[in-house]
Design a protein around this ligand. Structure first.
Ligand SMILES: Cc1cc2nc3c(=O)[nH]c(=O)nc-3n(C[C@H](O)[C@H](O)[C@H](O)COP(=O)(O)OP(=O)(O)OC[C@H]3O[C@@H](n4cnc5c(N)ncnc54)[C@H](O)[C@@H]3O)c2cc1C
Length: 377
């Protein structure tokens, strides 16, 4: 079978003179989902038995917070790239994260805010939580902030401290370039909040998406008084509270407005809630739910008796603590600590410390791609 060559258009920026033949011979895989593979792990017999439909310099597994920057970075550097994603959409966990991106180390946004230029695009909607002096930052400070256990906050806690110094040193050195890389790739940032703070990033990654598809925010259970009576739920304090997680209103529109106003993470207006409830009620009337193909074990009840309620359902698979061991080049190490040639990893697929966050994942992806292209060329 002839192989399809991926991505040989000349449209990449910052194209480098790769020795394509050598590059392909030693192609790299960046594993960012739950699975990863590398050409080096395949023995000669197995390799001969395989039929390859496509070939590329870099194969990225998983199009999430690590994989997408890796793919774009590799492409920017002139490599051909295949991205393999198991989901119907790209973005991974990132698309339902809160979008707070911890970067820093004296990056372009810190310098912008430090210079008092603030937000030329008018994206900032919240008050600053840090004084401008807190923007004084550099890679050494960032590294120290992550590794020095004597640095504590006002509550005498050493937050986000790790011992994986080689990876964190490389991370700290790459953070500012990654901010610039994200800006160059049209990622918009709003408020900065310090060295280890949060920034609301509008990561409208899926080009075809329209609101409310991206950043859907919290999940809400919407029910009515009939449901409360049926299930004999006690929805009075202290079982519920005025804490942004539970709302009650006389109409669905008022409920949507209350959620939007009362929950800090509800960044998308719930303009479709009324329509969604009406659609559900029409399914109840017909006795069939074509959207979710309910069976008889899932009884259907209309949401029609005021008052109406919304309770936040919190389903979060948050932070991975285990995974592949990597070095400062994001190369995967084997059980003996030896580099597995051609195999890179980043983000929550990697272990050795609590792996969390868009800032870490994007930077890992950037590092992995930069090193994979550099070392394989
Ligand atoms: C509710 C929530 C809120 C969060 N809020 C924030 C926040 O505000 N700020 C922050 O910094 N971090 C936040 N995080 C954490 C952050 O989103 C993750 O750390 C980050 O997205 C993980 O990136 P990743 O690349 O490791 O994984 P993902 O972004 O999840 O990407 C992995 C990708 O691999 C794909 N995949 C898996 N298996 C396979 C396979 N076998 N083949 C092909 N593809 C595969 C997946 O479908 C997915 O697309 C939040 C997380 C959650 C759950």
């Amino acid at each position: 079978m002839s192989k399809n060559k991926v991505g040989d258009s000349g449209s990449t920026q910052d194209k480098k003179n790769l020795n394509r033949r050598n590059f392909i011979k030693r192609s790299a895989a960046i594993g960012v989902g739950t699975a990863a593979f590398g050409t080096a792990s395949t023995g000669p017999t197995q390799a001969q038995a395989m039929t390859w439909d496509y070939e590329a310099d870099i194969v990225v597994l998983g199009a999430g917070a690590t994989g997408l920057p890796a793919a774009i970075r590799a492409r920017d550097l002139g490599a051909s790239v295949i991205v393999v994603e198991q989901n119907f959409d790209i973005g991974g966990t990132m698309i339902h994260s809160n979008g707070n991106v911890s970067l820093g180390g004296g990056d372009a946004i810190q310098l912008r805010d430090l210079a008092g230029k603030n937000d030329p695009e008018g994206l900032i909607t919240v008050a600053p939580v840090e004084r401008p002096e807190a923007m004084q930052d550099d890679p050494d400070l960032l590294f120290r902030d992550q590794t020095d256990w004597t640095v504590v906050n006002t509550g005498a806690k050493a937050m986000y401290r790790y011992n994986n110094r080689e990876v964190l040193r490389a991370w700290a050195d790459n953070v500012a370039p990654v901010r610039q890389f994200l800006l160059d790739n049209y990622v918009k940032f709003t408020r900065i909040s310090g060295t280890h703070g949060a920034i609301d990033a509008a990561l409208a990654i899926n080009e075809g998406s329209q609101p409310p598809h991206f950043l859907p925010g919290p999940i809400w259970a919407i029910f009515d008084q009939a449901a409360v009576d049926r299930a004999q739920w006690n929805v009075k304090p202290p079982y519920t509270g005025d804490n942004g997680l539970f709302f009650k209103a006389d109409t669905i529109e008022e409920l949507a407005a209350a959620i939007r106003a009362g929950n800090e993470h509800q960044k998308v207006a719930l303009t479709y809630l009324k329509e969604t409830v009406a659609r559900w009620n029409s399914f109840v009337a017909k006795g069939a739910d074509p959207d979710f193909e309910r069976g008889p074990d899932a009884p259907m009840h209309a949401i029609a008796t005021p008052p109406f309620y919304a309770a936040r359902i919190i389903i979060e698979w948050h932070d991975s603590c285990g995974g592949l061991r990597i070095n400062g080049k994001a190369q995967v190490l084997d059980m003996k600590g030896q580099v597995i040639p051609g195999l890179y990893a980043g983000g929550e697929a990697t272990g050795a410390h609590l792996m969390h966050g868009l800032g870490k994942c994007c930077t890992h992806g950037y590092m992995a791609a930069s090193n994979a292209v550099d070392e394989r060329a």
